[in-house]
Ligand binder design. Structure first.
Ligand SMILES: [Zn+2]
Length: 151
């Protein structure tokens, strides 16, 4: 399976050369960590099966918080823990992005705004009983199906 590290190793050096000056030192360190993760560059240890003497090399991880290989386990553990928190009822995940001018008002009136958002979520949950998917835009509700978005 192709990994981000494979892409970085294959194309990273030429891409960095081509885009020189457009990265921070921190971004370059992340790319380097991902490229070297679980390779001989970071060292490792050799294991040998006591039954068949089959050797196995295990390379060290970069442990960078941006590395998809290192963080995959942590992400799965977090998802499993959140899954355990869920109640045995239907859930609706509704995401709202507020325009910047409203953010300041919302920050000062959290109880009122959250109440309004929960009311809106209840309306969306109600509408979703009658259509496959419901989304909201800046101006009107949209119905979605597997192939298209319709006003
Ligand atoms: Zn890593």
């Amino acid at each position: 399976m192709l990994e981000v590290a494979d892409i970085f190793r294959a194309h990273g050096p030429s891409w960095r050369q081509q885009e020189r000056g457009h990265f921070s030192v921190g971004q370059l360190k992340v790319m380097s960590a991902i490229e070297q993760c679980r390779s001989a560059a970071l060292g490792g240890h050799a294991l040998r099966c006591s039954a068949c003497a089959q050797p196995q090399i295990a390379y060290n991880s970069c442990r960078n918080r941006h590395c998809p290989k290192c963080q995959a386990g942590a992400a799965q553990r977090w998802l499993d823990a959140r899954q355990a928190d869920l109640l045995p009822v239907d859930y609706y995940h509704v995401v709202f992005t507020l325009p910047a001018p409203i953010s300041a008002i919302a920050y000062a009136n959290k109880e009122l705004l959250y109440g309004l958002l929960f009311d809106l979520a209840a309306v969306l949950a109600y509408l979703s009983r009658y259509t496959h998917r419901v989304a909201i835009s800046n101006s009107r509700l949209l119905a979605l199906d597997e192939r298209a978005t319709r006003p």
